[in-house]
Design a protein around this ligand. Sequence first.
Ligand code: TMP
Length: 201
Amino acid sequence: MRGLFITLEGVDGAGKSSHVEWLAAHFRSLGRSVLFTREPGGTPLGEKLRDIVLHDAMHPETEALIMFAARREHVEQVIHPALARGEVVISDRFTDASFAYQCGGRGLPEARLEILENWVHGDLQPDLTLLFDVPGEIAQARLAAAREPDRFERERMDFHSRVREAYLRRAMRYPNRIRVIDGSRTLDEVRAQLAVTLEPW
Ligand code: TMP
């Protein structure tokens, strides 16, 4: 069976993590093996880099380079092998997050990241990206009720608005790959949207 690469994206507080179990169960019910992973992270080295990039102050370009360094390991050690085994790989974030956060949020030129993207995974793109979209106020309210905020979650509202807009621009640019899910709905309503979106897969 052909491997399937699915990524989950959205601003912090968009609620993507609430649907991971449901997504995995959906594919298992179709007889597929599911591997769930995340970025930044997904490998022992990647998790160390995650800790650094989420908590230490750094230049925006350093931040982008660390994201792609972690991704290099992740693609090589986890994603490619699992796809070769025919599994469904579900990654909580991938390169769209770099374009949304480092370009949209921090203002780095897209051309820089396109170079890194080609370098790190020129031969690999997600088959499907589920973009959980919520208005800024809802995302902020969810974050306020959640755990201790990291460096990104502590950013001001205008940063999160730019990240959201950058995600939505990418969804317009890649309409076949990126599907926008209205994350402001109830859990059941979001699942209904997911079920429809996943039907062809
Ligand atoms: P998470 O909280 O969804 O696990 O994501 C960790 C943070 O890392 C989140 O605020 C988004 C950020 N991030 C980037 O800025 N660029 C990236 O390429 C990735 C993968 C995540």
